[in-house]
Design a protein around this ligand. Structure first.
Ligand SMILES: [Fe+2]
Length: 249
């Protein structure tokens, strides 16, 4: 039997998109979601979710995720790990810009394995991200792990923060192997692979290095999935991490 995981398998290296082709059914399907005019979309910012959920999602949620057809757009990486395109590059750029403008980085929020990070509440984006996870992330865990009831859906809790890795004095370059304080984690890479060298999330028990492009999400459970941040050797690497825990029934 072929092993599910090959040694040093690297996920997230995206193949080049095929050229536009009117016979490509995926591209035709995606075009159904192009509704807002370019002016309308330009007028929506990262803080504009409540003013227009529809336009905000068109601008910032990847067209794959907008379908909510999880059978179609989620890749099963094996070893209980799942990946999908969640955000557009504009989302990644705008939330990094919001974090850098706020410049309220903390280095001691977690007792063990602290990261250089900023909590989404500090950015004023917690309610927006909460709505996004409930619509475009939690359903993937519910479906794949057969999680029943509202404790795994609308009552799900999460701690979400934006992490920065930089190989400079005063910055954080890597994170040792650890478990998250969560039932499962949703990890979103915000940086393009050309923007840094090294890095990636390493899962030693599964021999997997996850290095998604900007906007790519990865879902994985805890206990069985110790992991760490490989050293970022140059550039900057930003990620959004959500520690997700079952809520009330
Ligand atoms: Fe972690």
């Amino acid at each position: 039997m072929e092993p599910l995981i090959t040694a040093n398998e690297v996920w997230g290296v995206s193949p080049k998109m095929p050229p536009f082709n009117t016979t490509n059914p995926v591209i035709l399907e995606q075009n159904r979601y192009t509704k807002g005019s370019s002016n309308e979309l330009a007028g929506i910012g990262i803080y504009g979710y409540e003013s227009s959920v529809d336009l905000w999602e068109q601008k910032y949620i990847h067209k794959n995720a907008l379908t909510q057809s999880w059978n179609l757009v989620v890749d099963d990486m094996g070893a209980e790990m799942f990946t999908w395109d969640l955000f557009t590059e504009e989302f990644c750029q705008d939330i990094i810009e919001a974090a850098e403008n706020k410049n309220a980085w903390t280095t001691d929020r977690h007792q063990y394995y602290p990261t250089t990070d900023i909590h989404l509440s500090s950015l004023g984006l917690y309610p927006t991200y909460d709505a996004v996870l409930k619509k475009f992330a939690f359903p993937i865990a519910v479906k794949n792990w057969q999680l029943d009831g509202k404790s795994w859906a609308e009552n799900m809790k999460h701690e979400t923060f934006l992490v920065k890795y930089v190989p400079q004095a005063g910055g954080q370059m890597h994170l040792n192997i650890h478990h998250d304080k969560a039932d499962y984690t949703v990890h979103v890479n915000l940086s393009n692979q050309e923007e840094y060298e090294g890095g990636g999330t390493w899962f030693p028990r599964h021999n997997k290095l996850v290095k998604g492009g900007a906007g790519k999400a990865v879902l994985f459970p805890q206990v069985t999935h110790p992991h760490g941040g490989r050293p970022t050797l140059s550039g900057k690497r930003y990620c959004l991490i959500s520690f997700c825990n079952r809520g009330e029934d």
